[in-house]
Design a protein around this ligand. Sequence first.
Ligand code: HMG
Length: 388
Amino acid sequence: MTIGISDLAFATSHQVLDLQQLADAQGIDVGKYYIGIGQSQMSVPFADEDIVTMGAEAAAQILERTDGIRTLLFATESGIDQSKSAGVFVHGLLGMGEHCRVVELKQACYSATAALQFALGIVARDASEKVLVIASDVARYALDSSGEPTQGAAAVAFLVTADPALVEIEPVTGLHTDDIHDFWRPNYLSTALVDGKYSLAAYLGALEGAWNEYQSRGGADFADIARFCYHQPFTKMAVKAHDRLCKIAGAELDKDQRLAQIAASLEMNRRTGNSYTASIYVGLLSLLERDEADLSGARIGFFSYGSGSVSEFFTGVVRPGYRELLRATRDAATLDNRVVVDHSHYRRLHAQLDEVQGSDYETGAATTGPFRFAGVVDHVRRYERTGA
Ligand code: HMG
């Protein structure tokens, strides 16, 4: 039996800041962002958007095509409650019915890959099961910190089934875990702490560890992998990672050949910014939608990294006919139609989020998306459909 991803849908917040605005405000050359870290924009949530509204928007697209989902796994590291899963809010908004198990998973940017692996296990036990995975995150760093240009927001939802229509996930994986503090967010902070340069080295070290275990367990040779898809805190990180992997694997490819194996996977992330758990699967969608080659039958190598750190290297094979299932026009419009905001508006929104923490409040209707966060009453978060 083959198991894997049968459908994959995208959402992001409905505002966007061009990093030219940030560079101008900081008085630096935008080349540091556009070229140096490989980011052109970052998605900025309206005050009435969060991981639930983005996750629901992505998942609603999957539910338009399927029913009978009995498991919803919600992967995030920007959780909105310490107890209740964000997935239960989505389940309610989408009217998914009571016969469904719903749970939230956390391990920095890695947990969507854990959700994928758990989903594969559920389907392996009963081939009629359908598992919905949602990965949704808002990446927030303190204003004026080194991480500020790598903020962003996005969600993906994907369906895991037997005989998958998009990508079959292969069984061999390589794992790497290390108890480190490269990036973390204590309970009392709404923004992440990071040791920037150390986090880059930790990511690359984990790639080597995961790849080596993948190889020792009988994984595919580097030469048998046509495309690569990396966790992308900023797109240049994936370029650095792929250069490193080529070196470790002894692949003699020039710069253009290396870039050709990842270029299409970078396009959407370059415009959303970091979306933590979602980012590698936004990368997969970008690859499937924007790579000009027909990828039917092509093997993709995935490197999923979550600070702290847990990482995994695994592979999947693209199924024939995958293009017919994609929503490329819609996804391009989702990125193009975001409301452009200026630097002072973005800073005001960033600060406001911290001011309202812990109090009851209402949010004004602002988002142009289909779901909104209406505010907090008696410490309970309220969500509603907007009719959009
Ligand atoms: P920085 O130290 O301010 O930047 O922030 P820099 O001085 O290293 O410059 C960045 C690059 O721009 C350099 O290129 C410069 O040369 C270049 P590199 O040497 O790296 O190839 N540059 C220019 N290029 C063209 N024109 C110019 C120009 N000026 C400079 N004019 C840093 C960089 C990554 C530290 C910062 O963005 C940061 O702290 N980011 C957050 C941490 C992060 O994303 N880490 C990634 C690995 S950890 C991870 O992926 C997990 C994570 O997603 C969280 C999770 O798992 O939950 C973060």
